[in-house]
Design a protein. Structure first.
Length: 254
């Protein structure tokens, strides 16, 4: 009789190839998912082309997520203004804020600061955090409160949100600051339209500005989250001021 082959080695080989097969299949699925995500992202949010001749005052908004930025190259790329994240909620301060503001100013850019509003945090405490973050820097544009559902609590009571936002606005205005609200179309309808129509609007909308003017009155439009600007690694938010150079100077000095 022929000697029987050891069964343990055969099982081990089978397991080994099964694990390799599972690993290869998983890798292929991840690559496919990544490819589909890239394609679907551009299908869902088509690229908006905004002619510089039509809207000459173009800008970006940045935070520590954008890494170390070469603002000299940014300015040379035709960017006119920068909004930098200063704070969030009642305690967080963006670690790149001071650098971003100082370096952008040095490059000759017009600068401003924004605060990411936490819907479930007291408005007065958020205002205090924002004021502490910006008190030692020179700013050229109104302070901005970034109001959006993305990245925020889904369980906040609407009336509580309005109350917190109102308290924050009042506290900042009492300290002498000019303000503007950043939000998207949904945020505008939910939080701003009925309650704070007197405040200037910075609207996030991936639509050509000509199509928006009939329905919204706004100062700045963020028209892309996926811009490419020399001096910044990776994607960056792109914005335009909705007016010419004369209107821009008038708005800055209101």
């Amino acid at each position: 009789m022929r000697p029987r082959k050891p069964r343990g080695k055969t099982k081990n080989k089978s397991k080994k190839w099964r694990y390799i097969g599972i690993g290869v299949a998983s890798l292929l699925m991840l690559l496919l998912a990544a490819g589909l995500w890239r394609v679907s992202r551009h299908l869902i949010h088509p690229k908006v082309e905004v002619a510089r001749a039509e809207y000459p005052i173009q800008g970006i908004d940045v935070s520590s997520h954008n890494g170390s930025i070469d603002f000299t190259r940014v300015a040379a790329n035709g960017i006119c203004f920068v909004y930098a994240k200063a704070s969030e909620g009642t305690q967080f301060r963006d670690p790149k804020f001071s650098y971003n503001i100082t370096a952008a100013h040095k490059a000759g850019l017009t600068v401003g600061a924004y605060h990411f509003f936490r819907k479930d945090k007291p408005g007065k405490e958020q205002a205090r955090n924002f004021i502490e973050a910006v008190k030692n820097v020179q700013l050229d544009m109104p302070l901005v409160i970034d109001v959006e559902d993305w990245g925020n609590s889904r369980f906040s009571n609407h009336d509580e949100v309005i109350c917190n936002l109102s308290d924050m606005i009042k506290a900042l205005q009492a300290d002498g600051y000019r303000l503007m609200i950043y939000t998207n179309k949904d945020g505008y309808r939910k939080y701003m339209h009925e309650h704070f129509p007197h405040l200037p609007l910075w609207l996030c909308a991936f639509t050509h500005p000509k199509k928006l003017k009939e329905s919204y009155t706004y100062v700045i439009q963020q028209f892309s989250h996926w811009g490419s600007v020399d001096g910044i690694e990776g994607e960056v938010d792109l914005n335009i001021f909705c007016g010419d150079s004369t209107a821009w100077q008038r708005w800055l000095h209101e």
